[in-house]
Design a protein around this ligand. Structure first.
Ligand code: PEP
Ligand code: MG
Length: 612
């Protein structure tokens, strides 16, 4: 049949807010064809090795997707991939697959498919919707294993503009890998409110309608489509009239959203009137728009090493200056804090900087951050000059990463001063910059009073503070259970640092991930924090919660937490007190989960659903 296609409306479930007009991009869900073949006795060992290599390859890939998701979506969403890693490490699951290979003499692909399908069908029978949706995680891992057995290493997908991703189902890792500059919305045949795909779509803020049944079959790449999640529907081949109506509605909604955020841009106060300042942590340009959109008061942390990440090498003084000018402009009157490169030895392979140090045994304890700068003075001086020059065009400050004590600060201060003097002598236009210290290692906490006398402000990097206080590598999954943000030792360190700043009359910004989680942010206010910096998209949710708490209540709960002996005790106290003080602000899911519950969930993830 030819002619203009008819407009058709399909009903589904809107799981992530928004109205988008775009073009269909069909995405096949990467399902791998699996064939069975027999493996001879002599070939069994090789087949097992092939399977183990695929597990390793799949784990590497999931780890990099997790990092990618962390960068773009924050840790709150990247945790999904921890579950995938746990599955790949689960000896029961891999053992079942290996047994199938050896006992039945079948190829690894077939064994993965049979064991995986059995697990997926067990999940599909669970009554609880949330747990049932976890079947898609099993499927994701199985698909990843099959891809790895084929030896593929697919890279993140680049999309054309205005793409509405249409698929039968999308795996969580496929959503995390989408090129968000162009993917405008998602429409899938299956899925529900709690599927990870939906959770991720909400996290990213991309509109999504799921559960559209057999829509995928009917849509072709390039077809015009409207996705309207508030009406739970998609419209294929909209007529010109429909397009006109929806275009004006989209414009109206955009205005409303902007108005909502701008209402939220005024001063934030707790219910007892304490003003809290929320700033933005930024790394890559895709986050820049969020500073204004989410109402951040300037940039609390620019992780400048991301300037180099794209190049894999150094960036000239001029290019750096332009980048810092752009950040200063973005931050406006509230200003921006540029952190000097937080690099480790071996990060800048092509630069010749300390090649000899590449093989450090303990890079986290090695020549990184301010130590790297002090050892590679030219790199540091170039960066300092670029910041000073950019500061003539806007408000900038410098923060020194990972200082151990006052001597790190004074050496850095000398360099900054010398560069300013040289610029002055050369008649160049530069600006004054405040100098701050990142407080993120235990020695800096213990020496906080002396460091505070030498700087204009503190920044508390709680990610590293947890890592170094508890001696837990923040990137090592094997010790993830020991990475306890609410450990009393961490809380004491935070309180001590905040007290030292207050006593010295300087501001302190808490800028680790802790600040972006509403429950933790509340505790930070209780410990005395008045300024938090976080990934921009987290600002509205933190703001909403802090506007509803009384800082005195937060203080007394924090005091109680400081009296606890273990992280478990703090977490259960937080669950109990937050639920009774602020039942409308904190759902159980927004509070630290009880350890037993976590344990059960882990077992469930690993061994399949209970046989109830
Ligand atoms: C921190 O350590 O908490 C921090 C803000 O910096 P990064 O995560 O870049 O180390
Ligand atoms: Mg840090």
């Amino acid at each position: 049949m030819t002619g203009t296609p008819q407009e058709v409306r399909y009903k589904g479930l809107g799981v992530s807010e928004g109205l988008v007009i775009g073009q269909v991009l069909r995405m096949h869900h990467g399902t791998q064809q699996v064939y069975l073949w027999r493996v001879s006795d002599a070939g069994l060992e090789a087949e097992l090795l092939r399977f183990r290599a695929a597990v390793e390859l799949a784990s590497q890939r999931v780890r990099s997707i997790k990092e990618y998701a962390e960068e773009r979506l924050g840790r709150d969403h990247a945790y999904i991939f921890d579950a995938h890693l746990l599955m790949l490490e689960d000896e029961k699951l891999t053992g079942d697959i290996e047994r199938k290979i050896t006992e039945e003499h079948v190829n690894a692909e077939w064994a993965v498919k049979v064991v995986g399908d059995r697990l997926i069908s067990l999940y599909s029978e669970i009554k609880d919707e949330y747990l049932r949706a976890r079947g898609s995680d099993v499927e994701d891992v199985m698909q990843r294993l099959l891809v790895s057995l084929r030896g593929d290493r697919s890279e993140p997908r680049e999309l054309s503009e205005d793409a509405v991703i249409v698929a039968r189902d999308l795996l969580p890792s496929e959503v995390a890998e989408l090129d968000l500059k162009h993917a405008r919305a998602i429409a899938t045949d299956s899925g529900g409110w709690t599927s990870h795909t939906s959770i991720l779509a909400r996290g990213i803020g991309i509109p999504a309608v799921v559960g559209l049944r057999d829509f995928f079959r009917r849509a072709k790449t390039g077809d015009r489509i409207i996705v309207d999640s508030s009406r739970n529907e998609v419209i294929l081949h909209p007529t010109q009239d429909t397009l006109d109506v929806y275009r004006s509605e989209a414009a109206k909604r955009l205005k409303l959203v902007r108005a909502k955020y701008s209402q939220e841009k005024g001063p934030l106060r707790t219910t007892d009137g304490v003003e809290i300042i929320l700033r933005a942590n930024i790394e890559v340009p895709s986050e820049f728009d969020g500073v204004d959109e989410y109402g951040a008061r300037g940039v609390g942390l620019f992780r400048s090493e991301f300037l180099l990440a794209h190049r894999g090498g150094l960036v000239s003084e001029d290019e750096q200056r332009l980048a810092y000018e752009r950040i200063a402009k973005l931050a406006g009157d509230e200003g921006a804090v540029v952190r000097l490169f937080d690099l480790g030895a071996g990060t800048l392979r092509e630069t010749g900087a300390n090649q000899s140090q590449e093989q450090e045994k303990n890079p986290a304890l090695g020549l990184r951050a301010i130590r790297f700068g002090l050892r590679n003075e030219e790199i540091m001086r170039t960066q300092v000059r670029a910041i000073l020059l950019a500061a003539s065009k806007g408000r900038l400050k410098i923060v020194l990463p990972m200082v151990a004590d006052a001597s790190d600060v004074s050496r850095a201060r000398v360099i900054i001063k010398e560069e300013a003097t040289d610029l002055k002598r050369a008649g160049r236009d530069f600006g004054e910059v405040g100098i701050g210290a990142m407080i993120e290692v235990p020695s800096a906490v213990l020496m906080a009073e002396s460091i505070a006398r030498m700087v204009d402000f503190f920044e508390l990097g709680t990610n590293d503070l947890v890592q170094y206080t508890l001696a837990v590598d923040r990137g090592n999954d094997a010790v993830a259970d020991w990475f306890r943000t609410l450990h009393p030792a961490v809380l004491h360190s935070i309180q001590r640092s905040l007290n030292a700043a207050r006593a010295a009359g300087i501001p302190a910004i808490v800028c680790g991930e802790m600040a972006s989680t509403p429950a933790y942010a509340t505790l930070l206010i209780g410990l005395g924090a008045l300024e938090l910096s976080m990934t921009p998209s987290a600002i509205p949710r933190v703001r909403r919660v802090l506007a509803g708490i009384n800082s005195e209540d937060a203080k007394s709960i924090a005091e109680e937490c400081l009296g606890c002996d273990t992280a478990d005790d703090v977490e259960s106290l937080v669950r109990e007190r937050f639920t009774s003080h602020w039942p409308n602000l904190f759902s159980p899911a927004s509070l630290p989960a009880a350890r037993e519950a976590l344990q059960n969930r882990k077992l469930l993830r690993l061994s399949g659903p209970p046989s109830k």
